[in-house]
Design a binder for this molecule. Structure first.
Ligand code: SF4
Length: 251
């Protein structure tokens, strides 16, 4: 059984377009899993990990009425067959397994990945991961793409939790991996450069994305980040879903 995030009392599986990174604009089915091994202070899927009784701080703490989540209310357990049935009805062969941190449930994902490919051999499976967990060999053999988003110090996550050299080295050497960094300030860029040099992350696999959850905040940083991409030979990625739907879940 797989623990999915719950949206409007239903497991969060939806058909949309990939909003960020290498496959931006590609029609995709998103399967959002619950649980994360990190606790980024600006996380927009805090309903996958910011449980009652945990000590983590979040930027939303300042919003009136914001409370940590009751874990049992926001997790739905689904079998492989229940997920396959939903995917079949959506008729799309690009599957994005996201979270939370989906590799936190990778042991349970092996049979689902296998079944997805048996059901439709043209299925392409992308993982959105924070780059702290090394995929198991069986998961790696079935995964087609990793969108790795290593967290920087602006996440307020302790460095020993967010930087796992073994896992980063694995992804840096995987031809299936691309790296997406959220950029807000010059300090972020310095950290990104350090990581790229230290782990020999190929520049052509790096995507820089402006930080922001509104069109106005993205626009403010677009030109600055594009110039950096030109200078260092990185790729630029926007956040398409913010332009289309704003900061909305399940789209
Ligand atoms: S790693 Fe991703 S899902 Fe986990 S807390 Fe950070 S932003 Fe949220």
């Amino acid at each position: 059984m797989i623990k999915l995030a719950k949206l409007n009392n239903k497991p969060e599986i939806f058909h949309s377009v990939q909003g960020e990174g290498k496959n931006m604009g590609k029609p995709s089915i998103f399967i959002r899993l619950s649980l994360c091994n990190l606790y980024c202070q600006w996380c927009d899927t805090d309903y996958t990990w910011n449980w009652e009784g945990t000590p983590f701080k979040h930027n939303y703490d300042q919003l009136p009425g914001y409370k940590k989540y009751h874990k049992e209310d926001l997790i739905e357990l689904l079998s492989d067959e229940q997920i396959l049935e939903t995917v079949r009805a959506m008729n799309c062969n690009n599957i994005v397994i996201t979270g939370g941190e989906p590799l936190a449930q990778q042991k349970d994902l092996r049979s689902l990945m296998k079944a997805l490919k048996e059901q439709n051999p043209s299925t392409h499976i992308e993982f959105e991961t924070n780059g702290t967990l090394k995929p198991l060999p069986e998961v790696d053999s079935l995964a087609d793409q990793y969108n790795v988003s290593i967290k920087l110090s602006n996440s307020n996550v302790a460095i020993e939790d967010r930087i796992k050299p073994d896992a980063i080295t694995f992804f840096a050497n995987s031809p299936k991996a691309n790296f997406k960094f959220v950029v807000d300030t010059n300090e972020d860029l310095l950290e990104i450069q350090e990581l790229i040099e230290k782990y020999k992350i190929p520049r052509q696999a790096v995507y820089l994305m402006p930080q922001g959850t509104t069109v106005a905040s993205l626009k403010q940083k677009q030109q600055w980040i594009v110039e950096i991409c030109k200078q260092y030979n990185f790729n630029y990625t926007d956040r398409l879903h913010i332009h289309i739907w704003g900061d909305k879940r399940g789209v």
